[in-house]
Ligand binder design. Structure first.
Ligand code: NAD
Length: 489
């Protein structure tokens, strides 16, 4: 089933606390990005309800055996959870697609299997760690033991609701913690089903809870709660700064921050297949309509191939067909909200005023109900142009030409962000040089975007983040280490 009727998708407008749905008074409308229609109301958890959710999580952490049972048993339950998610496409698929920008066919073909396999990856790590025996004097035994924190607060963005939540929740649970998740208020519902399936799989009630609401009230109360031992956040750099300062003031307590990006794609004239590289570059900025933290939003290209490359790009951009997430024919996702589309357009207009030339797109599609932004290519920009400086989070690609490797690197350097970069070249030595010189958390060579290699951590340099998601690092970030020293009699 590739399509569905959005009017038939029932959502449960609730929190999920202590293994039960908790309805609450409606606090805000929630709209479908695909057609702009309000389809549900969302309860907003105030500080009192957040306190109840965190206290429930703490009680479950202390009284259930989630943290103390043999790690392989915890892993087995998590694998069962992954299997339930894999088998739940008929419910989870439309639920994720109806209120987000994720096309239903991609949710079934990618998001759901990606989330399930990610849970298995972290489950496998449950017993693959240990502390170490320290080199103390020999009449003592010194060692480190790893322990879960207790209650971890996870705050997620809207762009890939399920998979972004799973990056936070899966390693925290695998390490034995209890979690309170706050999904984005724009995409709140699929995480309820996600939590319900965890309960069905055997994760004890209260170990995984979901509170609904905005950042100002609910997210803030979560960060401030004294029983929240750590906050793991994915979202914008501005919100990440604010969360970190809150956690410093009320704690200090540790934070993991996965933040914004403005990632360059460097294309050299020696690429063997121009059309293939152009397709990779185009996909990296139009996938999920550019609403991806690692979107390759700055094309930096060797001048000699610029003209034919631009032609390929324009061909690809023009072939994309905007349409609702439930349409199997659509190839360009909606923008999450009218407000966000207006924000994207505002940056494009400011970029034009600062000298940018529009080679493709440059505005919203008309008459489609939801907000859809034309894939846009902007030339004539320098590193001070707003379209180069600011994270746009839409299908907008800037174009800058270089004549030397040194100049390419100068253009690629960004004052603020350092999330990812792509390098397209047939010259292995050049690629190896650039990998070292690019100040970013991830470099892709002759490809762009993440794979299913969960073992590779993801995270930003500079103001793109602190700490890592995925990989062993994400698992270990959910543990704290206790030193033990024993005198031997
Ligand atoms: P956002 O910062 O507006 O919101 C993210 C979450 O934080 C939401 O759940 C929101 O309700 C909550 N929030 C907002 N203010 C808060 C506060 N003061 N205290 C606590 N919680 C608060 O981000 P968004 O618009 O949902 O997502 C888009 C951003 O996320 C982009 O900047 C994108 O680059 C980034 N992102 C980064 C990664 C990564 O891995 N680095 C992945 C996906 C998205």
């Amino acid at each position: 089933m590739d399509s569905f009727d959005p009017r038939l998708i029932a959502v449960r407008s609730a929190h999920f606390i202590g293994g039960q749905y908790r309805e609450g008074p409606a606090g805000m409308d929630v709209s479908r990005p695909s057609d702009g229609q309000v389809y549900a109301e969302l309860p907003v958890a105030d500080a009192a309800l957040v306190d109840e959710a965190v206290s429930t999580a703490w009680q479950a952490f202390k009284t259930s055996d989630w943290a103390t049972r043999p790690p392989r048993e915890r892993a087995r339950v998590m694998r069962r959870w992954a299997d339930l998610i894999d088998a739940d496409g008929a419910v989870l698929g439309p639920l994720e697609a109806v209120g987000s920008t994720r096309p239903h066919k991609d949710v079934l073909g990618w998001d759901i299997p990606y989330v399930a396999e990610g849970i298995r990856f972290f489950a496998e790590l449950a017993d693959k760690h240990g502390g170490e025996v320290a080199a103390t004097q020999t009449d003592r035994l010194g060692m480190q033991i790893a322990e879960p924190y207790g209650v971890i607060a996870a705050i997620a963005p809207w762009n890939f609701p399920l998979s972004m939540a799973s990056w936070k929740v899966a390693p925290a649970l695998a390490a034995g913690n209890a979690v309170v998740l706050k999904p984005s208020e724009l995409t709140p519902f699929s995480s309820l089903r996600f939590a319900e399936l965890a309960l069905q799989a055997g994760i004890p009630a209260g170990i995984f809870n979901v509170v609904q609401g905005d950042g100002r009230v609910t997210g803030d109360a979560l960060c401030r709660h004294p029983r929240v031992a750590k906050v793991t956040f994915t979202g914008s750099t501005a919100t990440g700064s604010s969360i970190m300062s809150t956690c410093a003031l009320v704690g200090p307590k540790p934070v993991t921050l996965e933040l914004g990006g403005k990632s360059p794609q460097l294309v050299f004239a020696d690429v063997p297949d121009l059309a293939k590289t152009a397709r990779t570059v185009a996909l990296a900025i139009t996938g999920n309509a550019g609403q991806v933290c690692v979107s390759g939003s700055r094309l930096i290209i060797e001048r000699s191939i610029m003209a034919p490359f631009v032609e390929h790009l324009q061909g690809y951009f023009n072939a994309l067909k905007p349409g609702p997430t439930w349409s199997p024919d659509a190839t360009l996702a909606p923008i999450i909200s009218r407000l966000q589309a207006t924000r994207i357009d505002g940056i494009v207009q400011r970029a034009r005023q600062a000298g940018a030339e529009v080679l493709s797109g440059g505005g919203l599609f008309d008459g489609l109900g939801g907000a859809y932004y034309q894939p846009t290519l902007l030339a004539g920009v320098d590193n001070h142009n707003p379209a180069v400086c600011e994270e746009i989070f839409g299908p907008v690609l800037t174009l800058q030409a270089f004549d030397s490797e040194e100049q390419a690197l100068q253009l690629a350097a960004h004052d603020t962000y350092g999330l990812a970069a792509g390098v397209h070249t047939a010259d292995l030595n050049r690629a190896l040089r650039l990998i070292r010189q690019l100040e970013v958390g991830t470099v892709w060579v002759n490809r762009y975007g993440r794979s299913n290699d969960y073992i590779l951590p993801t995270g930003g340099y500079k103001r793109s983040g602190i700490g890592k998601d995925l990989g062993r690092e994400a698992f270990e970030a959910n543990l704290r280490f206790k030193s033990v020293l024993i005198d031997i009699g």
